[in-house]
Design a protein around this ligand. Structure first.
Ligand code: ADP
Ligand code: MG
Length: 700
C-alpha cells in the first residue's frame, strides 16, 4: 500500500487551481501523459524549471539598457489615456532620480490603470525597456506593485518548459499550489552520505528546485537537483535490485537444445550466418543451458540480422519442449516478424501464432487456447502477449525486440505472472554501458558487429528542400525502372501543421505525380489499414511509400532501395540512421536522400554530415551522444536521460555509481525493506513510481 503521506501528491492534477477541463489536455501533453487523468500533482512537483528570469537588475531609468529586463522604482506623475477611437496607447509616466519612464499599454479597458498606478504613488515595475527617440518606455510591464509591497515581488523567477497554449503564469500558479502539498518525508539516505554530499531534505529540495535564486540553481549540479537525481537513481537501482533478487529466487529452467529443429531451419536459410550471429546464438544457448535465468542484451545495428538470432534462440526453447514469445513494439512489426519467422521456420513444422491488441473474438479465443494447451510453440506479438488473459503452458524464452521502446514494466509484468522465462532483449541502438546499467541493471551483452555479406553501401546525400523538384524527377526515373522508395515526413502534430508539410499533403502531391503506385502509412491509421499498405508495398503494388516514422523500427522490405527523408534536420541522428537502415537490405545499391530546410545551424550541419560520412551505427550513436545528449540517442523527445525526470547520466554519472552501491548494500542488509529506513525507502520507490518492485516484496 502506498504510504498515506504521499496521498496529496498522488491526487489528480486537476485538483489544482487552473487545471480545468480546457487546460487538461495541455498539461497532459506537457507532462508526457495520454490524458489529464494520468497526471498527478506529483508530476508538476517534478516539472523542473529550465531557466530563470532575472529581475534583479535595477540600474535606474536613465541607465536601463535597451531590451533588457530591469526593475524600476519610481513615482507616478501623470496618466495620458489614449485619445478616443485611435490605436494609440495609454501612457503612464513615472520618474526616479535619473529620469522619466513611460509605461505603455494597448487596448486598455475601464479604469484599472488609475487604480493600479495612482498619481503620486511610488511603484515598482519590472519588464523590458525600449528606447525610442531618446525616451525610454516599458510596454506592458510584467509586474507592477506599490513600492510598499515591493518585497513581494519575486526578483528571480523560474521559467518552465511549456507547451503551446499554456500560459507561463497559469503554470506557475499550479506549480505553487502543487508545492504546498509536498510533505516532510522520512529520510531514506544515510547520514554519512547526506553529510558528504551536503544533501538537504527532499521537502526542501523540491522547494528549492522551484525557487531558483540565480543561474547556478538551474544547473544540474545545483545541490537540490543533485539530491533529487540521486533519489531517482537510488529508486531505479533499488527497484532493479529487488527484481533481480526476486529473479534469482526463481531459478531458470535449463534449456537443452537438441538442434533437431534449428538444423533443418538453418539448412533452408537463403544465407549462412555471419560470425557474430553464430557467436551470439552460442552465447544464448550457453546461458539458457545453465540454471540461472538468462538476461541478455543483443545489440546489433539495423540490418545486422538480429531476427535470425532470435529465431535460433526460440527454436532451442521449443526443442527443449517449451514455448517462446517474441514481443515487438508495434503492431506492424509484430505482423512483419510473424510473416518472416513463419517462413523461415517452416522447415521446423511447428505452430506459430501472432497475438496483438487487434486479435479479437473467436480468433483470439482459439489462439489463447492453443497457447494454453502448448500447441503453439512460438507466439509473436505486442504488449498483448503479457495480458492476464494469456496463459502459457510452458514459456521458456521471451525475446523483446527494440527494448528501448518498452519500460521495464513489461518485464516485470511477465515475472509477476509467476513465470520466469529466459530473456533476450534486442536493440539496434548501441546503448552505452552506463545507460544499460541505469535502465536495465546488470545484463550480459552480445553484439552483432558484422553486416551480412553482400551488402552494398548506401549512398547518402544531403539536399535542400528547394530542390525537391529534382528529387521528384529522379524518383520518376527510378520508379519507371521498377525500384521501390520510401518518402518519410516528420510526425506531424496538428498544432504545427502550418510549419511542416503534413504527410497527407505530401502524399497528395506525390499521387498527382505518380498516380496509384503511391501509398500512405502513418500512426493514426488503424492496424488493418497499415498492414494492407505495408503488404502492398512489399509485394510491389505500391512502389512509393509515403510514411511517418512508423516505418522507423525494423520494417523489412529488402527490395526498397531509395529513402527520402523530408525535414531531416528535425530528426535525431539515431533516428535518421534507423530510417536509413530500411534500405540497403538487399543486394541492390541504395540511396538515402536527406532533404533539409535551411539555413542549418552549425550543429545541424555537423549532424547531417556525420550521417553522410558513415554508416557505422556505433560511431553515429557516439557522435549523437556528444551533439545532442542521451535523450535523443534513445529516440525519446524529452531532454535528459530517458526514464528519469531530474537525473541525467551526463551530469550525474557519479551519483549513479553511489546509488548502485547503496542499493546493493540495502538489499543485502534489509532485503524486505522492513527496517525504519527500509520503510522510508518504500516511500522513495512510490515517490519515483518504481513501486512495481514492491509487489515482489509482498509476493515474498
Ligand atoms: P535487424 O538486425 O535490423 O533486425 P534483420 O534481422 O531484419 O535485421 O535482417 C535484415 C535482413 O538481412 C533480412 O532481410 C535478413 O533476412 C537478412 N539477413 C540476416 N542475416 C543474414 C546473413 N547472415 N546473411 C545475409 N542476409 C542476412
Ligand atoms: Mg529487427
Amino acid at each position: 500500500m502506498r504510504p498515506a503521506l504521499l496521498d496529496p501528491l498522488f491526487a489528480p492534477l486537476n485538483s489544482l487551481p487552473g487545471t480545468g477541463p480546457k487546460a487538461g489536455e495541455l498539461y497532459a501533453r506537457l507532462l508526457g501523459r495520454e490524458t489529464i487523468d494520468d497526471c498527478r500533482v506529483l508530476d508538476l512537483v517534478f516539472h523542473a524549471p529550465h531557466s530563470i528570469v532575472d529581475r534583479r537588475h535595477q540600474p535606474g531609468i536613465a541607465r536601463s539598457p535597451q531590451g533588457v529586463i530591469v526593475t524600476i522604482t519610481g513615482r507616478v506623475d501623470r496618466h495620458q489615456p489614449a485619445p478616443p477611437r485611435t490605436n494609440q496607447p495609454y501612457r503612464v509616466f513615472l520618474h526616479d532620480d535619473t529620469g522619466e519612464l513611460a509605461l505603455t499599454f494597448f487596448r486598455v479597458k475601464g479604469n484599472w490603470l488609475e487604480k493600479a498606478l495612482p498619481i503620486d504613488e511610488t511603484v515598482t515595475v519590472s519588464g523590458k525597456v525600449d528606447w525610442f527617440n531618446g525616451r525610454p518606455s516599458m510596454v506592458h510591464p510584467d509586474y507592477m506593485v506599490r513600492a510598499a509591497e515591493g518585497e513581494n515581488l519575486q526578483l528571480v523567477e523560474p521559467v518552465y518548459p511549456l507547451t503551446a497554449g499554456l500560459s507561463a503564469r497559469i503554470l506557475r500558479k499550479a506549480v505553487e499550489a502543487a508545492l504546498t502539498r509536498v510533505p516532510e518525508f522520512p529520510e531514506w539516505i544515510d547520514e554519512t552520505l547526506m553529510r558528504k554530499q551536503s544533501f538537504t531534505s527532499v521537502h526542501d529540495c523540491f522547494l528549492a528546485l522551484h525557487d531558483p535564486r540565480d543561474e547556478t540553481d538551474i544547473d544540474p549540479q545545483a545541490p537540490a537537483r543533485r539530491r533529487l537525481a540521486y533519489d531517482e537513481f537510488l529508486a531505479g537501482q533499488l527497484s532493479l535490485s529487488l527484481v533481480r533478487q526476486r529473479l534469482r529466487k526463481v531459478a531458470g529452467t535449463p534449456v537443452h537444445a537438441t538442434g533437431e529443429l534449428s538444423r533443418p531451419v538453418l539448412a533452408a536459410l537463403p544465407f549462412s550466418l555471419t560470425g557474430s550471429q553464430t557467436t551470439a546464438i552460442a552465447d544464448v544457448l550457453k546461458d539458457m543451458a545453465g540454471d540461472e535465468r538468462m538476461l541478455r542484451l543483443l545489440q546489433g545495428d539495423v540490418g545486422s540480422g538480429k531476427t535470425a538470432v532470435a529465431l535460433m534462440s526460440m527454436l532451442a526453447a521449443v526443442e527443449a519442449g517449451g514455448q517462446a514469445v517474441l514481443m515487438a513494439p508495434t503492431e506492424i512489426l509484430a505482423r512483419q516478424h510473424f510473416a518472416t519467422l513463419s517462413k523461415m521456420a517452416a522447415p521446423a513444422g511447428i505452430t506459430i501464432d501472432v497475438l496483438t491488441g487487434r486479435t479479437k473474438g473467436r480468433e483470439r479465443e482459439a489462439i489463447l487456447e492453443r497457447i494454453a494447451s502448448g500447441e503453439t510453440r512460438i507466439v509473436i506479438g505486442t504488449h498483448a502477449l503479457f495480458q492476464d488473459t494469456v496463459v502459457y503452458s510452458n514459456l521458456l524464452l521471451a525475446v523483446v525486440d527494440e527494448q528501448h521502446r518498452f519500460g521495464v514494466h513489461q518485464r516485470l509484468r511477465l515475472t509477476a505472472k509467476g513465470i520466469s522465462p529466459h530473456m533476450l532483449v534486442m536493440t539496434a541502438t548501441p546503448i552505452p554501458r552506463t545507460l544499460v546499467l541505469a535502465a536495465f541493471g546488470d545484463m550480459d551483452v552480445s553484439k552483432l558487429t558484422e553486416k551480412p555479406a553482400g551488402r552494398k553501401p548506401i549512398q547518402t546525400v544531403t539536399i535542400p528542400t528547394e530542390r525537391t523538384g529534382d528529387i521528384v524527377a529522379r524518383l520518376r526515373t527510378a520508379l519507371a525502372e521498377g525500384k521501390k522508395a520510401y518518402w518519410i515526413c516528420p510526425l506531424v502534430e496538428e498544432s504545427d501543421v502550418s510549419e511542416l508539410m503534413s504527410v497527407d499533403e505530401r502524399f497528395q502531391v506525390l499521387v498527382k505525380e505518380f498516380g496509384p503506385k503511391v501509398g500512405l502509412v502513418h500512426g493514426r491509421m488503424n492496424g488493418a489499414e497499415k498492414d494492407a499498405v505495408m503488404l502492398a508495398f512489399k509485394n510491389g503494388e505500391i512502389r512509393l511509400l509515403v510514411a511517418t516514422t512508423v516505418v522507423e523500427v525494423g520494417v523489412d522490405v529488402p527490395d526498397a532501395t531509395i529513402m527520402v527523408i523530408e525535414h531531416a534536420e528535425r530528426f535525431g541522428l539515431a533516428q535518421l540512421h534507423q530510417l536509413r537502415g530500411r534500405v540497403g537490405r538487399g543486394d541492390e545499391a541504395s540511396t538515402c536522400i536527406l532533404l533539409y530546410k535551411g539555413p542549418l545551424s552549425e550543429n545541424g550541419r555537423a549532424r547531417l554530415s556525420i550521417l553522410r560520412d558513415t554508416e557505422d551505427g556505433f560511431l553515429i550513436a557516439e557522435e549523437d551522444l556528444k551533439l545532442r545528449g542521451e535523450g535523443e540517442l534513445l529516440g525519446t523527445r524529452q531532454s535528459g536521460t530517458p526514464g528519469f525526470r531530474i537525473a541525467s547520466l551526463e551530469a550525474h554519472g557519479d551519483l549513479l555509481e553511489i546509488a548502485r552501491k547503496a542499493a546493493a548494500y540495502i538489499i543485502d542488509r534489509d532485503p524486505d525493506l522492513t527496517s525504519p529506513r527500509g520503510e522510508a525507502l518504500r516511500t522513495l520507490l512510490y515517490l519515483h513510481r518504481r513501486d512495481e518492485a514492491i509487489r515482489f516484496l509482498r509476493a515474498g
